[in-house]
Design a protein around this ligand. Structure first.
Ligand code: 4AD
Ligand code: MG
Length: 477
């Protein structure tokens, strides 16, 4: 027996063959037409059951969500919208799904409702499409770096360092005495603790990636990172995945070139390999936009937007130029920015980033040379003594999608910086060693994986592009 996935069946179309397919029922119409899907594609295969040939008992078990194995002959379809269908000769029920209690019914469920059903939502068209695109993006990312001679490096998840110096860490170990039980011999028992050292979940693998770049040349990380920050926005998660390339002998210009080429390459991969899912997601967005006022609708459809990013140069602008633009602008005729930009040195909010990208330049923007005091300690100080070689990649609909910098490679300058910040040198002795032994210009950046998936799928809320979003609201999964 030839067992096929739905995707294979629809693309190979082995007409006349006896075939077998497994999947879940999307719909069952007229006691005759089963739309079956197995997750391999957004499309369903139609299976026709002649109810005269099947027991009533079996037909009753064919409801939305039930898992079936269908055997039959692949024939040309009489119906519209599909080329082939299976004339079923046998239906095996792997498992039923009681229509009274199965939450995913063949109607439009709200994304909010589906968030409460995170374990089942991947059975909907929207989530299966998003998760296939997510998987394709992950593959494209590895493939890009592997082709370009980067080594995949795995930084620790449990760490003592706060790479971003922003204090947004989830603690693994607190060294308060009550957390260190004493056993019968009076010795400290660290079981379940990190061997008596104060540690946290990593906020970024960058510092460790730097140590590897200064030996392997070009490396990248791709793993989960954690931020104990207010994650009640549509762009923040407490647990998100980050891709962090780090390259020895790259300056900020080379870093920007890489970021642009890398992002264009992975978006191209999705355009080339996820066409059906993108078409579905685009249509979904267009439907959603119909309910919005004209001026809030996006000017480009999803696929057009992805192509635009691939085909146009990212605009490179210094922070100082951006501030001048923002000071003289209003987001629209009536409204001012919620956080007006008055002076040089202010940090940009996402409303400013999105204004620059969506209204002013109308293309992706790389902002660089930020004021030192609003950026992390490890960034290379410019000759002006007040800006650092930082860069943020800003995207339409998203704002900051990636952030990075050339790193401070001079020992004394870095020592001064960390002492000014009140960080103890002994906490970063190994990081400073890189500047003691064979230091060199080097750079890197971090791409927020979920923000990239949001961009590629057009999903408005970051909670809908990761299987189990970690936010204050859904700790139960
Ligand atoms: O700008 P961030 O904080 O930079 C770093 O962590 C650097 N160590 C990166 C580097 O140079 N290697 O984070 C990088 C990116 C952001 O641009 C954003 O896309 C994403 O990670 N990001 C988040 N995504 C989801 N939820 C959050 N809470 C995020 N915080 C940052
Ligand atoms: Mg950033």
């Amino acid at each position: 027996m030839n067992s096929y996935s739905v995707k294979e069946l629809l693309s190979k179309q082995p007409l006349g063959d006896s075939v077998e397919v497994n999947g879940w029922v999307k719909t069952f119409r007229s006691n005759r037409f089963i739309a079956l899907n197995d997750g391999s594609t957004i499309h369903n295969v139609q299976c026709v059951v002649d109810f005269e040939n099947f027991s009533e008992d079996l037909l009753k078990q064919i409801t939305t969500g039930a898992a079936l194995k269908i055997t039959g002959t692949l024939v040309e379809s009489q119906g519209r919208g599909q080329q082939v269908e299976i004339q079923a000769s046998d239906v095996f029920v792997h498992g039923t799904a009681d229509p009274e209690t199965y939450p995913i019914q063949p109607k439009k469920h709200s994304l909010e409702f589906l968030r409460e059903k995170a374990h089942l939502r991947v059975r909907t068209n929207t989530f299966s499409a998003v998760m296939r695109v997510r998987s394709a993006l992950a593959f494209a990312i590895h493939s890009y770096f592997q082709k370009n001679d980067f080594y995949y490096m795995h930084p620790p998840i449990i760490t003592g360092s706060d790479a971003e110096g922003a204090g947004e860490m989830f603690r693994v170990t607190t060294m308060e005495p009550k957390n260190i039980p004493v056993d019968e011999q009076g010795e400290v028992d660290y079981s379940g603790d990190f061997f008596g050292k104060e540690t946290n979940l990593t906020v970024s693998g960058q510092l460790e990636a730097e140590t590897y770049a200064m030996g392997l040349g070009k490396v990248y990380t791709f793993g989960p990172t954690f931020r104990a920050e207010n994650s009640n926005t549509s762009r923040h998660l407490a647990e998100f995945w980050m891709i962090e390339p780090e390259m020895a002998f790259y300056d900020l210009d080379a870093n920007m070139d890489l970021a642009e080429d890398f992002i264009k390459s992975i978006v191209t991969y999705v355009l080339d390999n996820c066409q059906d899912d993108l078409e579905f997601l685009e249509k979904r967005l267009l439907d959603e936009e119909k309910s919005k006022p004209q001026n809030e609708r996006s000017e480009m459809a999803l696929i057009e937007k992805l192509k635009f990013v691939v085909e146009n140069n990212f605009k490179r602008v210094t922070y100082t130029e951006a501030i001048d633009i923002l000071r003289n602008s209003k987001p629209n005729k009536k409204k001012k920015f919620q956080f007006p930009i008055d002076e040089w040195g202010a940090d940009l909010q996402s409303e400013h980033e999105r204004f620059l990208v969506e209204k002013h330049f109308k293309c992706p923007v790389i902002l660089f040379d930020y004021p030192a005091n609003i950026k992390a300690f490890y960034m290379r100080l410019n000759e002006d003594g007040k800006t650092v070689r930082a860069m943020d990649v800003l995207f339409p609909g998203i704002g900051e999608i990636a952030g990075g910098s050339q790193r401070e490679e001079r020992l004394e300058v870095l020592q001064q910086k960390i002492s000014d910040l009140g960080i103890e040198e002994k906490e970063l002795w190994w990081y400073l060693d890189l500047r003691r032994f064979g230091t060199a210009v080097h750079s890197g950046f971090g791409l927020g994986f979920e923000r990239m998936v949001q961009f590629a799928t057009g999903m408005g809320n970051i909670r809908d592009v990761i299987p189990y979003p970690r936010t204050p609201q859904n700790a139960e999964f």
